[in-house]
Design a protein around this ligand. Structure first.
Ligand SMILES: [Zn+2]
Length: 257
């Protein structure tokens, strides 16, 4: 058992269930640690929620998206583990940002609590939630995969571009988020290893030729380079364009990063 981690989690105010997952402590041990530290734990009725219910409201989606943007920059392998240290760091950043937007006040009805932030990170790992980017205002936001209709929480996501707009170079080539494309590039590798053809992979994953080509280029990136991509690009569209811009001479990551 990691005593110092347990103390940190208790002080941050996580629910007992979450503390137990990360420390292997029993409910009793958590209770007595709280007592020793003079901490009153949060009220804990019922099971932990899931991200789908947390993201039911537009305001909540916006708050959760602010948290996730910070979390995905900080977390180590967010698709395979819940990085609880990163949850705390990202939540603290998110809290500052939330308050700064409201003259130092908290919007108590909508602020994302630490337990809920953890749930979003957990459901991102289990692929119950994913990041999407708005084709209108280009922000990235978190969505539950169980909801068929995803509206942008900021502009309500009119997903249709100006129909008189005909600048070819400016046309969106991907509506996916950067994180989604990175995830897809892993799947492309996997499916290719299983012997599927590019056409079959595109069809199965529902990706365009350009997204497929971009995913293929991402396969050569190391983890730190992928992190660099996440830090640098705000939308999958801009990443795909950068990846496909010029494929001669220099290695692709040095042009993109
Ligand atoms: Zn939008």
């Amino acid at each position: 058992m990691d005593e110092s981690l347990a103390k940190t989690l208790v002080h941050v105010g996580f629910r007992s269930a979450i503390i137990r997952i990360h420390t292997g402590m029993t409910r009793k041990q958590v209770t007595s640690l709280r007592k020793r530290e003079g901490i009153v734990g949060p009220s804990e009725s019922g099971p932990l929620p899931n991200a789908e219910s947390l993201l039911a409201k537009k305001e909540a989606t916006l708050e959760a998206s602010l948290f996730m943007l910070a979390y995905l920059i900080t977390a180590k392998s967010p698709r395979t583990t819940i990085d609880v240290e990163a949850v705390m760091a990202a939540h603290s950043q998110y809290y500052d940002c939330h308050a700064a937007l409201r003259n130092g006040q908290l919007d108590l009805e909508n602020v994302l609590e630490i337990d809920d932030a953890w749930v979003i990170a957990r459901d991102y790992r289990s692929k119950e939630v994913t990041m999407q980017s708005c084709s209108t205002c280009h922000i990235e936001f978190v969505v539950s995969i169980n909801r068929p209709k995803h509206c942008c929480p900021l502009c309500d996501g009119v997903q249709v571009r100006d129909r008189f707009h005909c600048d070819h170079a400016d046309r969106a080539v991907s509506k996916r988020s950067v994180a989604e494309l990175i995830e897809l590039s892993r799947k492309v590798t996997q499916w290719a290893n299983w012997g599927y053809s590019p056409t079959e992979i595109q069809k199965e994953l529902g990706i365009s030729q350009k997204e497929f080509d971009a995913c293929t280029k991402l396969q050569g990136f190391t983890d730190p380079q992928l992190q660099g991509v996440l830090d640098k690009y705000t939308s999958g569209d801009s990443l795909v364009k950068a990846l496909l811009k010029d494929s001669r001479s220099r290695p692709v990551h040095s042009k993109v990063l």
